[in-house]
Ligand binder design. Structure first.
Ligand code: DX5
Ligand code: ZN
Length: 217
C-alpha cells in the first residue's frame, strides 16, 4: 500500500513558508488549509498565497478548502496548479458538478466530510472523486485531538472503494501523530495530513519518516 504523508503548513512558520518547505522535502504533498471565517470560525489565507506557493514549492499542493461557496473559488486553485483540490460536501449542493469542473482543469478532486457528516449519500458517487477526506477533528484549528469515533465512517468508505475497485485516495486530517496514525491506517486511510506532529518536531524530516513507518505496520 502506498502511504502518503502530507504536512499541513497551518503549523508552519507563516513568515518563512519557502524555508519551511525545505524542512519537509520528503513529504508526498503539502497540505494547504484555506479557511474563510464563515464555513469555519477561523481565517487563514487565500488564492494569491497559493498561487505564490505553487511557484516556489517543489512538492505538489494538496488544497483543503474550508470555505462557503466553493463553486466560486475552487476552480481558481485548480487553475493555479494545485495537484488536488478538496472541498467540503456540507458547503455545496452539487459535489459531482464541482468535481467535474476541477478534473476538467486538471486537478484531482476531493470531497471532505466533517466528523458529524454521514458518508452514505456519497458512496455511490465515489467514481466522481479522486480523494475522500474524512475529518478526524472538527475543521478550523490545528492541534486538536484525534476523534476515533470517525473511524467506522472511514471503514465504510474503504470498503466501498475496495468493492468497486476504485483508486480513490482516503485521507484523514486532524490529530494525526505517531500515536494515532496506525489507527487511521488500520481503518483504511492511505493519505495522512499532519500539522503539529510534523512542524512541532525537532526534525520534521525524521518525523515524516517515523509517521510513514507507523502507518505501514
Ligand atoms: C484543521 C485542518 C488541519 C490541521 C491539522 O481544520 O484542516 O489540516 O492543519 O492540524 P493537526 O495535525 O495539528 O491536527
Ligand atoms: Zn486540512
Amino acid at each position: 500500500m502506498t502511504t502518503r504523508i502530507n504536512p499541513s503548513i497551518l503549523a508552519a512558520d507563516f513568515a518563512n513558508f519557502e524555508r519551511e518547505l525545505g524542512r519537509i522535502a520528503s513529504a508526498d504533498l503539502v497540505h494547504v488549509d484555506i479557511m474563510d471565517n464563515h464555513f469555519v470560525p477561523n481565517l487563514t489565507f487565500g488564492l494569491p498565497m497559493v498561487e505564490r506557493l505553487q511557484q516556489v514549492s517543489p512538492i505538489p499542493l494538496d488544497v483543503h478548502l474550508m470555505i462557503d461557496d466553493p463553486e466560486r473559488w475552487a476552480p481558481g486553485y485548480a487553475e493555479a496548479g494545485a495537484f488536488s483540490v478538496t472541498f467540503h460536501v456540507e458547503a455545496t449542493a452539487d459535489p459531482v458538478g464541482l468535481a467535474r469542473r476541477l478534473r476538467a482543469i486538471g486537478a484531482r478532486a476531493g470531497i471532505a466530510l466533517k466528523p458529524g457528516t454521514e458518508v452514505e449519500p456519497y458512496l455511490e458517487l465515489l467514481p466522481e472523486f479522486d480523494q475522500v477526506l474524512v475529518m478526524t477533528v472538527e475543521p478550523g484549528f490545528g492541534g486538536q485531538s484525534f476523534r476515533p469515533e470517525t473511524m467506522p465512517k472511514l471503514e465504510r468508505v474503504a470498503d466501498s472503494v475496495r468493492a468497486a475497485g476504485l483508486d480513490v485516495w482516503l485521507q484523514v486530517d486532524g490529530g494525526i501523530s505517531l500515536e494515532t496514525i496506525g489507527i487511521a491506517a488500520a481503518a483504511g486511510a492511505n493519505t495522512f495530513v499532519a500539522g503539529s506532529a510534523v512542524f512541532g518536531a525537532d526534525s520534521p524530516a525524521e518525523q515524516i519518516e517515523a509517521l510513514r513507518r507507523a502507518a505501514s505496520v
